[in-house]
Write a protein that binds this ligand. Sequence first.
Ligand SMILES: [Zn+2]
Length: 88
Amino acid sequence: MTKKELISLLCDAEPILWEALEKGISGAEDTHQKVARALRAAAAETADGACVSCGDALTQPSTGRPRMYCGEACKKRAYRAKRAQRED
Ligand SMILES: [Zn+2]
């Protein structure tokens, strides 16, 4: 499996994990954190990466911190999910 395939696989798993998180399935939070970390690490290593929220391809800026989300919508969605998690 190439790295690109692995990233794509993890991106496919993310929406499922989001759903598991929403349903409060045990272990979902832990697994989601691990997948998100792996995706962040992979995205940081490659010139381009994938949005950790929807899996869309990202173009990384040449300077500064690597982007994690393809856009504001995904960033907000992730933020909302995190906040909902805390309020439980
Ligand atoms: Zn996205």
